[in-house]
Design a protein around this ligand. Sequence first.
Ligand SMILES: [Zn+2]
Ligand SMILES: [Zn+2]
Length: 110
Amino acid sequence: MAECIRFVCGHCARAIDAWSDGNPFYLDEGGKKRYAYHPDHQNLDRCIANDVPHLCLGCGSKRKVDSRKPRTDCPTCKVGRLVATWDLEGQPCPYCKTGVFARHGSVGIS
Ligand SMILES: [Zn+2]
Ligand SMILES: [Zn+2]
């Protein structure tokens, strides 16, 4: 089961939704990435890694980071730090540069 958590900036109210299980994927016969989502349990069992949604705390850009090749440097602004979106609690907001994100609660389950 996947849960969607919403984090909201206490200053500018910018909201970021994060799914607890990210984007699990497996490689097909040709070595190409294929995503598997609930309730596709047959393919979920084949998953070898996860494209984890990250947010840059410097410029606010979002990108997926392959769990086989974790990185924290932002290729967009070069100076920001990438943080997994479900780890945003207490992190500084990159949009207003003033507030911090607080866990707003669960907004969905699939
Ligand atoms: Zn903010
Ligand atoms: Zn950045």
